[in-house]
Write a protein of this length. Sequence first.
Lengths: 549, 181
Amino acid sequence: MKQYRPDEEVDFLIIGAGASGGIMAKELSTAGFSVVVLEQGPYLREKDFQHDEIKNTVLGALTNHPSHQPQTHRASKSEPARLLKQKYLQYGRQVGGGSVHFTANYWRLWESDFQQKSKWGGVPGAVLADWPITYAELEPYYTKGEEELGVSGIAGVNPFEAWRSKPYPLPPMPVKSSGVLFERATRKLGLHPFPAPLAILSQPYRGRGACVHCGFCEFFGCEMRAKSSTLATVIPAAERTSRCEIRPDSYTRKIETGSNGRATGAIYFDANRREVLQRAKAVIVCANGSETPRLLLMSKSSQFPQGLANRNGLVGKYLMVDAGYEVHGTFEHELNEYKSVQATRAIHDFYEPDPKRGFYGGGGIDARFDYYPASFALGGLPPNAPRWGREWKAMVARNFNRTMSLLAHATCLAREQNSISLDSEVKDPWGLPAMRITFSFHPDDMRNMRFLLDRQMEILQAAGAQKAWPDTADESLLPHNHLLGTCRMGNDPATSVVDRHHRTHDVPNLFLVDGSSLVTACCQPTCTIQALAYRAADHIGQQARRNAI
Amino acid sequence: MTRRRWLASTPLTAAVLAAQEHAHQAARSPQPPAFAAFAALTGAEAREIEAIAAQIIPADDTPGAREAGVIYFIDRALATFDKDKRAVYTEGLKDLDARRATLFPGSRSFAELDSDSQIRLLRAIEKSDFFELVRSHAILGFFGNPSYGGNRDQIGWKLIGFEDRAQFQPPFGYYDAEPKG
């Protein structure tokens, strides 16, 4: 692998080797640029990915961890923030980022997602806006991502999906029992089930083997390279150019700027906690919707006293997350849901917000099972079931293979108060300010989640569940995994942080490309984050060749 | 203290002997329990905790927490990733012991109580942080990867019909195997 000296000024310094950073690295290095990618987590390989529930779910081997990445939380600005023992926000923390351990749901947005403000006017208490780009502008990059990474699905079955220039490159994954029951029930209710599009290979593709249905997708890395993570796809391609260095265990603490107000590189802690300055002509931050704003806020200087790219004070604002409840049901016969991918069928019938419902919101629903043996035994039984002893043991034994779940993937409104900021007291083990999260759902988000919950229960009952029950959660499932909207994209420098090409309004050679760019949030963001990355790389590469950065 | 010495200082019940036999078998299996000595617990503590775990996941017509070697998982957790929870055990056991002495004067330990008395005592503390922690650890030990010292011979996985296989082929369950239509 190519190695650069830190004092060598590379063309692009990318911070974060995840879902978007991997794509930026591959696109820019194959276009001929020199690239260094700093990744705070380790460089794990397929041999490191084991079917070990304790390692992956209890110890969080592939994600941020409260002991090293402390987070504080408050529901509103008027409360003091509390240091949390558990994670509130979760992200992938290794080369490949969240694309390594994600469920691999790969949904495009709808055309209407890009114009919610125009469609709705506004929602009191929320900061709704149109995207500065349209679905049509992003469509070629959705297609490019699906083709390059490898996505399984079938076009034309979901009557609500946005138009597409090409079919999915791979046929859908085989249906599971949860999918069959879901499909029957939703048809009975007059709804429109379709095979869930997944970034998992249903057939061999571009030198990688097909999924073997081992069942360890969500929370796990794929040892077969059948999950289309950036680790399995574009990152090796970037390294093959001999122009891209992936530098793991490198935790960035500050983006440096020169007297001309341009970014000059970044200072990071290496594996031995030594500070290193990597110089670069341009910096692209792909550190996710929580760490990207935190890094900008930590990059204060006399020139940028509020933090970098934050003249309007909007860095970190409008945090949006995954919303939606989960319901569970048991059936007479064995479903054996622990086998194969988590979700095989979904509906979009309630996706579009509908004024008739009396609130803003919508979302998709999928049929799934995201328990593993221990997590099921800990919390997979109905609410009034025994919690230990003989009866409990018998129920766990009977229900494990007879349970399925439905998860809603709902809209989340941007609120001014919901944000990422720096905690003034708590520090991480490197001495840097902990991430302070201010978050509570908009009342319409809550109404929407309850609306979808009722639909989920109807579907389970129509499927013939012997027993059906919702998760008992006040707000939604924690931790939140989709970290969105905190450096909003827009045409107006007064109301957004980056422009329509992800360039910060304040610093001409600083770009932000990840979930932080999203203007609205619905459902499954990874597909859109990656399409945005392909689009941004295209533009940034062209600008760099014209010396316009 | 080695595991063997702990066993030697303990009344060797049939279950413990069975567990020992399982351990020998596990030693020949691909993922043997990775330790043979208690790292965090004293023998007396281990005996009490094992008895609690054996009520949480009792042996009936299938093996329970004791036979699955859950105590070895718990010891390992308290010596490694859950080191900071050690005090919850110390305090919890102290409290349990006091309750036992009050409820069952003349008894010597939780482990030596009969099963009904053990259940009665545990019902009294089942809302406590201590019980919740032992429950979590017992479940993780019983259903987690055998390489952590519990789930011996995949006892937990066999109970629920989970197979840890590298691959499966469809159909996966009853409903996707049914003829379409």
